[in-house]
Write a protein that binds this ligand. Structure first.
Ligand code: NAD
Length: 356
């Protein structure tokens, strides 16, 4: 099983190194090959996604990604910025389904800004469509307004659209995922205002007929944003488009209060995927040895489950993470009084030990 390892920038190399140790501790079956990406690749070769890195990602069975970005690249032309590497990988590998679990481990309930009874035991999955919607719709641009009231003024415009096959495929991904969990899908849209959402809802209802064992509900995005704060545990799987999913998945992640704990996956139609922590490259703490590697380690577990067909090994990693939390080990971001503060490497050591 070939895994492309793309550590990236900031804390990326530190946290990916720990996930790699965990994979190696599972056995010799992984062929891990590393390549530069993001700012690190730009520094080496003048491009955030060099052809050799893209080739490696294409031929691998799965990609383990750290994070990219640093303030020092902010003045580069947009196409050379580190973030373009992620967009390029999503586009070239047709990664259209983004999985963002939001889990609140019992030991970390205090890290959330919500009351323990509202957040404790949270385990929801946001499935976000990644390749379509207003982010990629044409036409788009800045032009001169023709609106009578603002005639002659500059106006920005974008186009939202989703075709039926695009909604069908993300719908199926969400229903399949729900089958392995709580068997509930909530489709989030804005069907009271947007034509795109009306079609989205119609298609979701049609797809749901193929999954009679899964309960489908619908919610407007504004209400979903409120319900995530009010009663997040009422959700199981949330499926939504690119724009709404971008916002709701970050909101759901922050509910748990521990961005350093949350993995993510972006899958293609054959379940090949890119796996990365939900957080960024954290340049403010890079090189200090204090970053939390658990989101990346849990991303490796998702990789085993969704792309490499190794659910038992995925369970082993997730149980090992729960064990180190139960032992009271915490990196600085999740540290509370009475627990034991550990470094990035010490956390990796503990997970490897807990695997045994
Ligand atoms: P960030 O997620 O990198 O950091 C936000 C805060 O969370 C920081 O205080 C950071 O120290 C902390 N943090 C993040 N991950 C942590 C971890 N594993 N352990 C402990 N603390 C952690 O977001 P940001 O500061 O807005 O962005 C920094 C850079 O990351 C920017 O260049 C941005 O473009 C990039 N970014 C990249 C990705 C990605 O690679 N997918 C995603 C988001 C942001």
């Amino acid at each position: 099983m070939k895994i492309a390892v793309l550590p990236g920038d900031g804390i990326g190399p530190e946290i990916v190194a720990q996930a790699v140790r965990v994979l190696k501790a599972l056995g010799p079956q992984f062929d891990l090959e590393e390549a530069p990406v993001g700012g690190a690749a730009f520094d080496l070769s003048g491009h955030p996604l060099p052809p050799a890195t893209l080739e490696l990602a294409k031929k691998a069975d799965a990609i383990l990604f750290g994070a990219v970005g640093d303030w020092k690249y902010d003045t580069l032309a947009r196409e050379l910025r580190p973030e373009q590497a992620i967009l390029g990988l999503r586009k070239h590998l047709e990664l259209f389904a983004n999985f963002r679990p939001a889990i609140c481990y019992p030991e970390l309930t205090a890290a959330s800004s919500l009351k323990p009874e509202i957040i404790g035991g949270l385990d929801i999955l946001i499935v976000r469509e990644l390749n379509g919607d207003i982010y990629f719709g044409q036409p788009r641009g800045i032009r001169t307004s023709e609106l009578p009231l603002f005639k002659g003024a500059r106006e920005g415009f974008d186009t939202m659209h989703y075709s039926e096959p695009e909604v069908e495929r993300i719908g199926r991904v969400a229903f399949e995922a729900a089958r392995k969990r709580g068997k509930k899908v909530c489709s989030v849209d804005k069907a009271n205002v947007l034509e795109t959402s009306q079609l989205w809802r119609e298609v979701m209802i049609r797809v749901s007929k193929e999954y009679p064992d899964v309960e489908l509900s619908h919610m407007y995005v504004d209400n979903a944003a409120m319900q995530l704060v009010k009663a997040p545990k009422a959700f199981d799987v949330v499926v939504t488009g690119n724009l709404f999913g971008d916002i709701l998945s970050d909101e759901a992640a922050m509910l748990t209060g521990s961005i350093g704990m949350l993995p993510s996956a972006s899958l293609d139609k054959n379940n090949k995927g890119l796996y990365e922590p939900s957080h960024g490259s954290a340049p403010d703490i890079a090189g200090k040895g204090i970053a939390n590697p658990l989101a990346t380690i849990l991303s490796a577990a998702m990789m085993l489950r969704y792309s490499l067909g190794m659910p038992a090994e995925a369970d082993r990693i997730e149980k090992a993470v729960q064990k180190v939390l139960a032992q009271g080990l915490r990196t600085a971001d999740i540290y509370t009084e009475g627990t034991q503060k550990v470094s990035t490497v010490q956390m990796g050591d503990a997970v490897v030990a807990a695997l045994a």
